[in-house]
Design a protein around this ligand. Structure first.
Ligand code: FAD
Length: 285
């Protein structure tokens, strides 16, 4: 898994992720971002879903538009707070817009929402989708090379992941990370358990270090000390932060691809430029 074989980057496979923008202006801008990224040839676009159903209509609208532009779009779907009936409705909507792929998640209970609903874990959602719709949808699930922050232990998190796969997931996308060894170890452990689905690294381009640091605390992604110290030293120098972030993340991607990562999934945060710069660097190798 970890051998540095040359990778044909010109044939780079990748997917990109959007979140459902809240304003009409945001939607107009997102169409431009979509077109810029579409020109690079992503395998699919995925669109996140606010836990508790808060973005239900907007997620679906963006998926519908991407599909109408002739591109593959995967809605995310989280089950926390949901009922079987509500998930069934979602599946009917996904069918109606022609989605062939779903990113199936548990999600996190939004503050103020007390009822966890009829599903406890993503594995139960995956099993339900399979029961309801057979092999109609390709199902992607989340993976955590640095361990999910609420997991009892790394071993129980690995078991939870294997349970999701055995419930019927076809493929996985990881939480973002900057430590390639965590990914390689996770993949080795999954393979040792006899599971061979693709595990696609989630890649977070770095535009603002302060935002990244805040977000990483909540989702459990580690920023290595050597990176943190360099970013902090740049202070408000946005140009240096961008250049250093591009170097670090493109080197991470190269190492992952050389070590056998099947594809890359970019968390675009609805911005095209950094993701474009990364992909162009990788494709030029
Ligand atoms: P699960 O796989 O259910 O795991 C959640 C926790 O429960 C883990 O700690 C796991 O170890 C534990 N667990 C699972 N099964 C068991 C069991 N049987 N017994 C004991 N413990 C168990 N969030 C959104 O709200 N919307 C999105 O669109 C979204 N997209 C995402 C996309 C990706 C690629 C990733 C990596 C994350 C995304 N998230 C999204 C965040 C995700 O919802 C959170 O990380 C959430 O806390 C866990 O979701 P999960 O599907 O990984 O849950």
């Amino acid at each position: 898994m970890n051998s540095p074989l040359p990778t044909p980057h010109s044939a780079l496979q990748f997917s990109v992720e959007f979140f459902p923008t809240a304003t009409p202006e945001g939607l107009v801008k997102l169409r431009g971002v979509r077109d810029q990224l579409a020109a690079l040839g992503p395998e699919f676009f995925s669109v996140t879903y606010g836990a508790g159903g808060s973005t239900r209509d907007r997620t679906l609208q963006i998926v519908r538009e991407i599909r109408a532009a002739g591109l593959d779009a995967a809605p995310h779907l989280s089950c926390i707070g949901a009922t079987e009936a509500s998930i069934r409705e979602h599946l009917a909507e996904f069918r109606e817009v022609g989605a062939k792929r779903i990113v199936a998640l548990r999600g996190d209970l939004p503050s103020g929402m007390a009822d966890p609903g009829e599903f406890r874990y993503a594995s139960e959602l995956v099993a339900f989708i399979r029961r309801e719709s057979g092999d109609e949808f390709r199902i992607e699930v989340a993976a955590y090379p640095e361990v999910h922050p609420q997991a009892r232990s790394a071993a129980s998190d690995l078991q939870a992941f294997l349970t999701k796969v055995r419930a019927g997931a076809n493929s996985a996308i990881t939480q973002y990370f900057y430590n390639a060894d965590a990914y390689f170890r996770f993949v080795d452990e999954v393979r040792a358990a006899g599971v061979d689905i693709p595990i696609v690294p989630g890649i977070m381009p770095i535009a603002s270090f302060s935002k990244l640091a805040r977000f990483s605390e909540s989702c459990g992604a580690e920023i290595p000390q050597w990176m943190r110290r360099r970013f902090e030293a740049y202070g408000d120098d946005a140009e240096s932060i961008r250049a250093f972030g591009l170097d670090v993340v493109s080197q991470l991607c190269e190492r992952l691809l050389a070590g056998g990562a099947p594809s890359l999934h970019f968390y675009t945060l609805n911005q095209a430029n950094l993701t474009t710069a990364l992909i162009e660097r990788l494709q030029s190798k």
